[in-house]
Design a protein around this ligand. Sequence first.
Ligand SMILES: Cc1ncc(COP(=O)(O)O)c(C=O)c1O
Length: 295
Amino acid sequence: MNAADSKIAGKVWIDGAVVDAALARVPVFDRGFLYGDSVYEVLRTFDGHPFALEEHLDRLEGSAARIEMSVPSRDEIRAAIDATCLAVGHPDLYIRIVVTRGAGEIGLDPALADAPRLILIVRPASLPSKEIYESGVKVAVVGRSRSIPGGPANTDPQVKSGNYLGSVLAVAEARRRGAYEAILGDAVGRITEGSSSNIFLVRGGRITTPPLSSGLLEGITRRTVIHLARKNSIAVDEQPLWPADLARADEAFLTSSVRGIVPIVRVDGIQIAGGRPGEVTRRVMSLYQQFASAR
Ligand SMILES: Cc1ncc(COP(=O)(O)O)c(C=O)c1O
């Protein structure tokens, strides 16, 4: 165990058992390690209960089907989640579900894989600070897509696979520019989503977000926000958006399962929403909070 390992809190489910996170190891012949040949989901618990678990399992199965991979049954995954969460014993947990195609002789042929390997990483959730929600964040439009180099035509954006190199490089660029999140684009420069989040703008009291046809992951938080907004008489449009739309927006925010809703107050050098989380954003944050804690 090295120095970094000893700081890793939490538990991991691997090969049918719960182990300390710091001691968990994946064999080097696992195709998730060799090729990013895996699918995954990230969710959190609210008051001890995995939030939107069935939606995450739907998407996990959808991602796997698109790359012709099988995943363990829902009962198996649910039982593993229960056992691992119990072992961590904390009400607010981060849960990462990973299924790799398995291990095998080196070679790209999927038939070389033995059997899907389920791995769960469950840790006390490290949520963004209060400051992030109260003051908002800066984003950088990085002009990269999640799939490299050819854009969404190369890699299906609906697959949440273990290969996140596009997002990794986008985040590196965002950090160099002092931004919290990178906003990705499509082949012609329209904005699509964050490196690990979806994006929404508010203009004239209406919410707009890029459509799935722009090439983005259908976030579970995105879907929930659209539903909650419409239910509460806030109009939502799904239409293509350009970086200039973001820079000119009245308000903007990001969504993801772990972070929930994060207000955007700056896009590169441009301040938006007067540099404070806007009214519609704050309303959506409160609707989401109520919805999440009621489930
Ligand atoms: C590329 C990408 N887009 C959007 C999201 C947000 O999805 P969700 O709300 O389901 O967490 C994620 C989450 O990790 C993501 O990786």
